[in-house]
Each structure stands twice: as structure tokens, then as C-alpha cells.
Design a protein around this ligand. Sequence first.
Ligand code: PA5
Length: 444
Amino acid sequence: MKLELNHTFSFISKESMQSYESKVASTYNTIFNRTGAGNDFLGWVNLPSEIDESLIADIEQTASVLRKKSDIFVVIGIGGSYLGARAVIEALQNHFAPLSGEKPLIVYAGHNMSEDYLHELIAVLDKKDYSMAVISKSGTTTEPAIAFRILKQHIINKYGEQEASSRIVAITDKAKGALKQLANVKGYKTYIVPDDVGGRFSVLTPVGLLPIAMAGIDIRALIKGAIEIEKLCKSNPTLNGNIVSEYAVVRHIMYESGKTNEIMVNYEPRLVYFSEWWKQLYGESHGKDHKGIFPASVTFSTDLHSMGQYIQDGLRNLFETVISVENSNHELCIPMEDEDLDQLNYIAGRRISEVNHKAELGTILAHVDGGVPVIRLVIPEVSEYVLGQLIYFFEMACAVSGYMLEVNPFDQPGVEAYKKNMFALLGKKGYEEKTEALNKRLGI
Ligand code: PA5
């Protein structure tokens, strides 16, 4: 299936694009020869083509056993340990999954520390059969650790220690971290997050694949889609004829010209979490050394009635990347009415998707006229295969873009700052000096 990148409305000249030709080639060299910053986190590059058949079969088998005994499957994780799975699941499941009766329903925990959220989740789990995956590469992240401690007690109280253990899957480091030790002691089914794959690049490891398989989604088709774009990048690691490179270069030129905010736009609400995944991938990979494009997202036409005004007329530091879906999965036409009191007969008989496409085109033209350059990534449909293509497309473009920006795209040192403060404020052992300094600052 062909993805198409159209950047006519980014108004970047051919010459300006071509001036990045050698930079792109040398960036791919840096990636494939593993010579750049963070090169010990490049495991995702070969992941689609090198994933073991026995691992896929094992994940499918685990999912098949757990699906039979679960009304609900709880995915406990935060950041890269849940966003990839959620992006794919929400893109492919029924919009009204909680009401559709499809089982198991996938729900999420450990991505916030809301007491009310967990309380209400427990009230639901009291009445339902469930199983869960606890996902943390480091095995020490506070948010999922708290959620798991609480839900672990709940599942043991509900089913007894032995059955509870058979309903828990741990996905973590092969040796390090509290979660690994816990999983060993309790005998949970465990999957490994490869050492050389960082959280936000881990959707095609068990981190994403198990929850996705639990939702009844075809993980083999997802991987096949990713393989296609992996092959493209490896067979043509240049600027010409490679849409991954083109996207990376266009956004780099945008950034250099002062367009420091990129808005991912979709016209399909099923893609909301795909944008969330993309925001983490780009925000956490590039936002460092006081550099990087700020990634934002909107869902149109919903947000045309909220953020549309700002995009049309606000500060001109924006550009948009529109994910344009060619074909809907279902067909629905606007009915004709004799009276035409709502004056919609002029579009009677036409598909909703046609109206949506016209809204997309009209919006692009309006935003371009308002000084917002637009990149369009056209995808034929929202399916497993295409999502696999998109995942690898954005991962590789993120790496290429990051190296062009001269940052290490694979670390996230800034995430530690809030954690240190939180631990000090909670009085964690080892943080005494920081606690004192913060208390002084806060006048406590
Ligand atoms: O991309 C990343 O590395 C982060 O977003 C992590 O996925 C996130 O912080 C969760 O970390 P962990 O899986 O160690 O619990």
C-alpha cells in the first residue's frame, strides 16, 4: 500500500530541498553504521525484519489464552510503555468499543496518578473478569509501579494468588529493575524489552504487540507494513524517492525558517492516539539543548471550531502535517429530504467521507492562505498494515530529523527533573539534600 507525501503547500523550492541531499545521505550512514549519539538505542532500526517468528507466535498464544478469560485487559504503563499500543488499538477498534460488547475491552492504568481514576477502575474490575500487563522497561517508574501495586492486590483478592499470577504478564528489562525481580518471584509470564530499544521506539516489541494482540488486532500485518518502510529506507537511504527523508528535510527547513510548531492534523477521530504517540516520539526525542520543533495535534473538523481560529490567524510560527485518509472503512450517505428545511439537499446522496475530504481541502487552502505551510501524508486506509508503515515512517524520520538538528534523539534527560523533585517532596531516601533545598525554596 502506497503512502504519499505531498509538500506542494510547504512552498519549499526544489533547490532548497536538494541542498540537503548529502546531509541526508550522511545521516543515514550515521544511523545504519551506529556512529551517532545514542547509537546503543538503535535496535528499532532492524526490529520489523528481524523479529523472531517464535516471539510472535508466543505473543499470539498468550493473547489467545488471556482473551478467553478476560472481559477487560488492563495495560499498565506510561509514555513509550503504553502510547504505541494505545495508538494502534484506538485506531483499529470500534469507536464505541466500551458499548459494542467486544471482548476484551482494553483499558489503561499507570499513565497518571489520579486517585479517582484508579478508584473508578477498581469499581469496574470488581464486577468483571480481567487480566493485565504491567509494562516498564526500567521496572522502576513510579506511576505504573503504584498502579500495579494496587491492581496486584485487587487481582489476588479476586482470584487467589495462583490464578492471579496466571492473569498477569510483565514486560520489562531482561535482568534489571524491581519489576523483573517481582516477576521472577511470582512466576509471571514475562516478555523482554530489548536493551537497545528505547520506550518510545518500542511499539513493535512485546510492549506494543501484546496489548495490540489482546485487542484482537493482526500483529503480523502491522509488522509487514513496518518492514515495507524499513526496506525502503535501507534500499534507498537518500533524499530522492524516499518519503521518509523528504518529510525529515521539509520539517527541518520549516524549523530553520522559524516555523517552530508542528501540528499533526487528522480528520479521523480514531487517529487521536496516533497523534499522541507521535507527539511523544518527536517531543521527547528532539526537545533538548533548547532546540526542537514543538509537536502539537488537532482533530478536524472538531477542532476547527476551537483551535481553527488560532491556526488561521494567530502567531505565524506554525506548520501542519495532515494525515489524509483516502478510504473510510464504512459507507454512509447523506439522505434526501423532501422539505429540505435544514438546506442540506445540495449534498444529499453524497458520502460523509466526501464532505470530510472537501473540508480537508478547503481547510488546507485556507491555512496556506493564512501563512501556515502544510505537508500532506496521504494513506490509503486505516489498517494494521498502514499503521505499521506509519510507525516505521515516523520513527526513522524522527531519527533523521534528530541528527539533522544535532541532538541525541534517543535519550530523555529532561524527564528526570520532575522525578527528582517529586521524590524529594515525598521524602524518598537518598534525596535528603534536595528535600531541604526545596523546602527552603517553598518557605516550608
Ligand atoms: O520513551 C521513553 O523512554 C519514555 O517515555 C518511557 O517509555 C517512559 O518514561 C516509561 O518508562 P519505563 O518503561 O521505564 O517505565
